[in-house]
Design a protein around this ligand. Sequence first.
Ligand SMILES: Nc1ncnc2c1ncn2[C@@H]1O[C@H](COP(=O)(O)OP(=O)(O)O)[C@@H](O)[C@H]1O
Ligand SMILES: [Mg+2]
Length: 150
Amino acid sequence: MIAIESDQKMKEFGEKIGRTFRGGECIELVGDVGAGKTTLTKGIAKGLSIDEPIQSPTFTVNRMYEARDGLTLAHYDFYRLHDAGIMANELDEVANDPNTVTVIEWSGVVQDVLPADRLTFTITPTDEASRNVELIAGGNRSRIIKEQLV
Ligand SMILES: Nc1ncnc2c1ncn2[C@@H]1O[C@H](COP(=O)(O)OP(=O)(O)O)[C@@H](O)[C@H]1O
Ligand SMILES: [Mg+2]
């Protein structure tokens, strides 16, 4: 469990995570509306040297950003979607692409296609500006990333 005391610190935490990425990573973000999932994603984007502003993909389901070293950040948000439809197939492909870093908010509807080896962040507000972040690694690769972070 990691305590993050401001949105700026959440971005810095994300940046640290983003800097470790080499492509092929899958990050699942769990937490209620306003927990800080998109804020963390903004930090990850910074760590991937993305200058473009990260916008919540809530109404578009996904957005792609060009990142450093020929990588792509794929940011998904399945909020309020009951059936991912064709997006599930797309996610399956994207999350297994070695040159893509995949970040998913509201992943409930796509649990079946998420790679087992993913890093799951569960964000829980403890205060207006404080969050607890719990990390679970689903396989070896994500375990290595986790060890670099905690
Ligand atoms: N420690 C913190 N970490 C992340 N966000 C925080 C924190 N403290 C306050 N906030 C605020 O909470 C909100 C989180 O929004 P957002 O990242 O869009 O959440 P989500 O994507 O989980 O719905 C932002 O307004 C952010 O400024
Ligand atoms: Mg969000």
